[in-house]
Design a protein around this ligand. Structure first.
Ligand code: MLT
Length: 312
């Protein structure tokens, strides 16, 4: 344990509640992870973790906010693949994924699922593919904007099918799911951390999982790959960041708490129930997350540019 100078006295970090910023709407997949993880981190660090939802522009509003936040150890950020896809999608980003942050570590991997509103005519992926030939742009796909994994998954899907849907952006997939349940939109590709309860309740149509292999939580659910979208393989990864300049001992302490939280039964059970997989201990390190972000920027940059997916 260490002490941080607070001017008059040396007190032990953390001395007051810590904010964990989520770049998408409350109640959605990222928020669910942040709140479950925050509860465990709070017990370990003995200070409440307050989740704050800062939505907008596919997660880039929140990332820019973190990049400009005080590096005092009281602001952290949970984000997914969007951290690495943003540079290819937005020309005028107000942050640099490789230089504006300190890296705490990776958290979990989450498969995605392709869903439709309960009364959408196609009953499976093959029927959807046939239906798109007739309806194409009349079909709409909800997502959380460029930078969101729901958007990226939807783009990969349109590319794989060879079609174009009309996309409808929301501030997160929680409101997108509300629109799907309300039958205001047709399709949504979303993480199991939000979709499993709806799949179980059969309040949506479910066309398959986006990973190459079937997932243990939904063993009977076919993958998109095995239904004809050859080599479709996409899953979501999540990391924790802090503003650049956050003291190293703070990052180390938070990383220690993260590793402990990822071992807690409550978090493990909750994530397993939602189809998510806690990353290996090796991936829970700061160095590993930074290397991973770098490799993902290099992987997605050319793909997104070739697809002309940049938004400004
Ligand atoms: C969310 O938390 O709302 C989603 O992760 C947004 C997304 O699709 O990226």
């Amino acid at each position: 344990l260490f002490a941080m100078s607070t001017g008059a006295a040396h007190a032990e970090y953390p001395e007051h509640p810590i904010t964990l910023v989520v770049p998408f709407a409350a109640g959605g997949p990222t928020d669910v992870v942040a709140r479950s993880l925050g509860a465990e981190l709070g017990k370990i660090l003995k200070q409440p973790i307050v989740v704050e939802n800062k939505t907008g522009a596919g997660g880039t509003v929140a990332a820019a906010y973190i990049a400009n936040s005080k590096p005092d150890g009281y602001t952290f950020f949970l984000h997914h693949n969007g951290m690495a896809t943003a540079p290819a999608l937005y020309k005028n980003l107000k942050f640099d994924p490789l230089n504006s942050f300190e890296y705490v570590g990776e958290v979990i991997d989450v498969p995605m699922t392709l869903l439709a509103r309960a009364d959408f005519p196609p009953n499976n992926l093959q029927e959807l593919i046939e239906y798109t030939k007739e309806k194409g742009e009349d079909i709409n796909l909800a997502n959380a904007g460029p930078g969101a994994v729901s958007q990226l998954c939807g783009s990969l899907l349109q590319q794989a099918i060879g079609t174009k849907f009309t996309t409808i952006p929301f501030q997160g997939t929680a409101p997108a799911m509300t629109a799907l349940l309300g039958k205001q939109v047709d399709l949504l590709c979303d993480q199991t951390t939000q979709t499993i309860p709806h799949i179980d309740a059969k309040t949506v149509k479910f066309y398959g999982v986006t990973t190459k292999d079937r997932i243990s939580k939904l063993p009977d659910a076919p993958t998109l790959d095995e239904q004809g979208l050859k080599d479709f393989d996409f899953k979501v990864w999540h990391g924790i960041y802090a503003p650049k300049g956050t003291p190293e001992p703070v990052i180390a302490k938070f990383n220690g708490a993260l590793k402990e939280a990822l071992k807690s039964d409550a978090f493990k059970t909750k994530m397993a129930d939602l189809g998510a997989e806690i990353v290996s201990e090796e991936r829970q390190s700061s160095e590993s997350l930074k290397k991973w972000v770098d490799s993902e920027i290099k992987k997605w940059g050319p793909i997104l540019q070739a697809e002309g997916m940049n938004v400004n």
